[in-house]
Write a protein that binds this ligand. Structure first.
Ligand code: FUL
Length: 691
């Protein structure tokens, strides 16, 4: 036989043997269940916050709100479902019962539900209508049912757990398949509790006795995933913030020991022994429930895209909330923002420059075609590039064919075999040289990295550390359009205005007369003086693409130049007046109630105040209950506002309270209680509103 033919036959036989012999890598560490996989692949779904609070403008109902307020005259769950479908979401989780205890379905176990509301003469059932709409639009249904119940007389006693389980059973029996159940961890304490009007504390680690409840849930809904932030470890985890992001390093792992520390929620445990992936929950507006005052605070497309990259692009799913209006509909502004975001996502990932180009890897498992580099760019997430078992660092190079502008890199691990990669970087071949364009730590289900546009002919993924041999199912390279964030505008105590952004490369234009800024307005060249009442409007502008950001607006009140914090020697106290939201001051040396007294220097008609808590990830001293006083002489004080900053622990947004104007030269913010039940009072910024 001809030598070459023989060599060819040997090669074919050896390839055949190696292909058939090369097994997929063994799973490494914990792996997802089928239910977790199905959920992970949904990627994006919505929350709907709707309850009696919708009618009382509250974040948390106390539990005694009048049922007769609930009358959504135009309620249309088909509208919610249509918007979600068009926005690319795959399911809807509804607040069937929020902390107030009011039930959106006619529960047979309580009178505090839609069955006693004027809506549809007590014959309505919001959960039923939503289940039907979801079925019609091909969406999955999820249930939020609050463990904390501020209405129920038995809350805090063992009897309540039976009540709670009965409600869960109703919800998981009567409304078809439920993809996710959501158990909020908030347990604020005070409530109506059937008229007791008291503070009831429970031990969140034992009170709810979760295991029998989990068992019942899985029997009733075998395909469900359980989200729980309040006790025993469930299938999914909270990320420790409601701001719309998870850690850049994000392991889908936790330790199986029940309670986890706050920081670990954000990053997961690298060596955790249980698969507990992250879900990023955030609202399309600052708050979860509808508040008319937030109609102009719907998040912009760049902000929502930021959230997209910081959730789905960081190995998490995204649960984006719509607050439904009192009439029962999603506000047109929220709809517009969600649809524009969907369009931006579509445009960003429309063309995958990696797909079906050429690719080579530094190592291929068993030299087998089944696991070669091309499997990472074939658009099929069931096939993957994998290396030999002994390999924990490897490279994969993609030839783009011709020079192409790129600014996004997407990579996915085949997580059914576990999460492995610890560190990687990406290089681009630019004018004859390799240049690092971005780097990351974990990958997981999906990691998307952003970098300034670069023209490249080749792109190389270098996995520099992995727990075990890497298994990569997908790589995408894109040139996404620019979406700039509205710039942020701050003013220091001496009156210097600064304009800034996290985006790379834009310039800013601004106005001070209320007119809309454009590239013909004043160019920002550094901080400038503008004291007293002034409205600054600014845009970020990208000279390369000619694109502008949405307008950032900041209304500043009276000058803080002459303000003084009374009775305090710590010079850092001034940080709470500096206009910089990332600097803070804490009072730690007093017992609650803790007062903050500010002398304004002159007399003003004061008609409101603003409190911004410590914004850092490890924030402390977050005031939850307050009293606000004004005075002309620092002796005789008038109480002008008091109450709670509901949900402030999870959602650190600015708290604004208005009241009837009063002449004042001093104000006093009294902290009655904080979120961690200690004596620390912390502040990022404190400000007043004058008329
Ligand atoms: C929080 C709750 O207290 C908020 O009201 C909201 O429901 C959010 C999703 O979870 O913990």
């Amino acid at each position: 036989m001809n030598k070459h033919i023989l060599a060819g036959i040997v090669l074919v036989i050896s390839i055949f043997i190696s292909c058939t012999k090369t097994e997929a890598p063994a799973p490494y560490g914990p792996v997802p269940t089928e239910n977790q996989m199905r959920w992970q692949e949904m990627e994006y779904y919505t929350f709907v916050h709707f309850s009696l609070n919708t009618y009382t403008d509250q974040s948390w109902g106390f539990g005694n709100e009048d049922i007769s307020l609930f009358n959504p005259t135009e309620l249309d769950c088909r509208q919610w479902a249509r918007i979600c479908k068009e926005a690319g979401m795959k399911g809807i989780i509804i607040t069937a019962k929020h902390h107030s205890g009011f039930c959106l379905w006619p529960s047979e176990y309580t009178e505090y539900s839609v069955k006693n509301a004027p809506w549809k003469n007590g014959k309505g059932d919001v959960v039923r209508e939503l289940a039907d709409a979801c079925e019609e639009f091909g969406l999955k249904l999820g249930i939020y049912v609050s463990p904390w119940d501020r209405n129920h007389p038995d809350y805090g006693k063992p009897e309540y757990i039976t009540y709670f389980r009965n409600q869960i059973r109703e919800l998981l029996t009567n409304y078809g398949p439920i993809f996710e159940i959501w158990f909020d961890g908030a347990n604020g304490g005070t409530g109506y509790y059937g008229g007791a009007n008291e503070d009831r504390k429970i031990d969140r680690t034992t009170y709810y006795d979760w295991q029998p409840t989990y068992k019942m849930i899985r029997e009733l809904q075998p395909d469900i995933v359980i989200w729980n932030d309040g006790g025993d470890r469930a299938d999914l985890r909270w990320v420790g913030t409601e701001e719309g992001y998870v850690g850049e390093t994000n392991w889908s792992l936790l330790n199986d020991t029940g309670e986890v520390e706050w920081g670990m929620l954000h990053f997961g445990h690298e060596n955790g022994n249980a698969w507990v992936p992250a879900e990023v929950n955030t609202s399309i507006r600052p708050e979860w429930f509808y508040h008319p005052a937030e109609d102009d605070k719907v998040k912009s497309v760049p902000k929502l895209m930021e959230t997209y990259y910081n959730s789905i692009g960081r190995n998490a799913t995204l649960l984006l909330n719509f607050p439904v209006m009192p009439n029962g509909l999603i506000h047109p502004g929220d709809e517009k923002a969600a649809l524009e975001m969907a369009k931006a996502v579509k445009e960003s990932f429309a063309v995958n420059l990696a797909e079906n180009s050429k690719a080579e890897a530094s190592n291929v498992r068993g030299n087998a075609g089944k696991f070669n580099a091309l499997k990472a760019i074939d658009g099929n997430s069931e096939t993957c590039w994998a290396t030999d078992d002994s390999i924990t660092s490897a490279s994969l190079t993609i030839e783009l064919g011709k020079p192409a502008l790129i600014n996004r890199f997407m990579v996915q691990e085949f997580i059914r075999l576990g999460q492995r990669v610890k560190e990687f970087n990406v290089e681009a071949f630019v004018e004859g040289d390799w240049k690092e364009i971005c780097r990351g730590t974990t990958i997981g289900n999906k990691r998307i990295l952003r970098f300034p546009s670069v023209e490249a002919t080749k792109v190389r993924l270098n996995i520099t550390a992995s727990k075990s041999c890497p298994v990569i199912s997908n790589i995408g390279i894109y040139n996404a359009p620019v979406f700039l964030n509205a710039p942020s505008i701050t003013r220091s105590q001496p009156g210097d205005i600064s304009i800034s952004t996290n985006d790379i490369g834009p310039v800013f234009y601004y106005t001070l007369d209320g007119s809309e800024p454009n590239p013909q307005s004043t160019l920002y060249s550094g901080p400038f003086q503008a004291d007293g009442k002034v409205e600054v409007r600014a845009i970020a502008y990208d000279p390369a693409s000619g694109k502008s950001s949405p307008v950032g607006v900041e209304k500043f009140d009276i000058s803080k130049k002459g303000w003084k914090i009374e009775g305090v020697t710590d010079e850092n106290a001034i940080l709470i007046l500096d206009g910089n939201t990332s600097t803070t001051w804490h009072q730690r040396d007093k017992k609650m109630p803790v007062d903050l007294i500010v002398a304004l220097g002159e007399k003003y008609n004061v008609c409101g105040f603003r409190y911004l808590s410590d914004q850092s990830r490890w924030s402390s001293g977050i005031i939850t209950h307050y009293r606000f006083y004004v005075s002309e002489d620092n002796k005789n004080w008038k109480l002008v506002s008091e109450g709670e900053f509901s949900n402030i622990k999870n959602n650190l947004s600015l708290q604004v309270r208005d009241f009837a104007p009063l002449r004042a030269r001093y104000f006093k913010l009294r902290a009655l209680k904080n979120a961690s039940d200690d004596d620390v009072a912390g502040y990022a910024e404190v400000d007043i509103i004058t008329d």
